[in-house]
Design a protein around this ligand. Sequence first.
Ligand SMILES: [Zn+2]
Length: 417
Amino acid sequence: MAESEHTASETVAQRVDADDTLSLLQDLVRIPSPYFEEEEIVEFVHDWLDEAGLDPEYHRVEEPDITGYEGRNVLARLEGSDPDAPTLLLNAHVDTVKIVDAWEEDPFSGRIEDGKLYGQGACDMKGGLAAVLVAFRILAEAVDAGDLDLAGDLLLTAVVDEEGPYGLGTDRLLRDGLLDDVDAAVVTEPGPILAQSDVSNPALILGARGRFLYDMEIRGRAAHGSQPHKGINAVVDAGRVAETLDGLDVDSHEKLGDGSVCPIKVEGGSQTLSVPERARLMVDRHVVPGESREVVREQAEAAVEALDLDSEVAVGFRESPDPGIKYGPYVTDPDHALVGSLEGATRRVTGVAPETAYFASVGDFNYLGDPDRGNLPTVILGPDGENIHSAGEFVYTDEVVEVTEILVEAAADLLGE
Ligand SMILES: [Zn+2]
């Protein structure tokens, strides 16, 4: 857009066009992109940025050992005038969960009805992806037109494989040093729907619990099934361990709330007339700061020890491409300049102050916020909806537009001269 099309009193955020934004979102939803199958949407995002003159680049993501995955992130950077000014990251994932069977309509329709846009991934998180793309373009256009001066850089990362097993896209950004100059991050995941407390948009999510997944191998001793006293029943002992873990006392955190333990899978048994000698229990463990992998292991081992079982029990953590890949908990300082910019922007765009909350589960934002990894002040701000990861998923269209406007306003404030 040329400068002359805009009035002097218009803010840059007012240049966000709702129809444009939602039309882009429909395009994104119409491209199926379950994790590990993102090539088409990655090219679409790249070409969309390229056609807008925003010089996108591909970034290779490979994980040969466990998944055999090969994919590409898309990056674009808007350079500010002052190398010492802060760099803000806008991060969104392009993938969705695997397509859910229960859809009663085309899961890629992008149909809009009653202010809801439907499709697999519409809320998690193509709504947020459309928001960062449009916000980035509007800011770039405003700078180009001489209507806005940015001192700091704005970095856009559209990443692959967030929904997959290891968050490989954002992991690779960190590993390859592409976020080394970043000072703060916004991830436009849907926030309130997965918050620890009951909030609604506009909301800033200022932290998240972390997560470990571990296995317990329970080894008993086989015997004839008619004489169970001669063996050690691994299945029965697995049940005891599961029950104990279910009631385990874990740490809590003033902001992130309680850690949690959830035995999520049990397998075991052998032949039809034998005391089972092996069982395996898989445990989901959401953690708060202070609950490291070692702490989690020690807690589980102590709980087993106290049971004084005849079976032998070993705790193991799931196979990972690298020990550094972990979803650590983090809390963002509410007094950080990014939070201030987002609060002010939210007030100006919506007329109300945002609520604040903390995320219940994990995602790429953990990699960014975890003091052991990205160590970045990281805020989740994204359009909400319903039925994420399931059939009938939708995102609220007005929130997609609102988040786009808040991003523009906040970036202009934080990075402005
Ligand atoms: Zn997501």
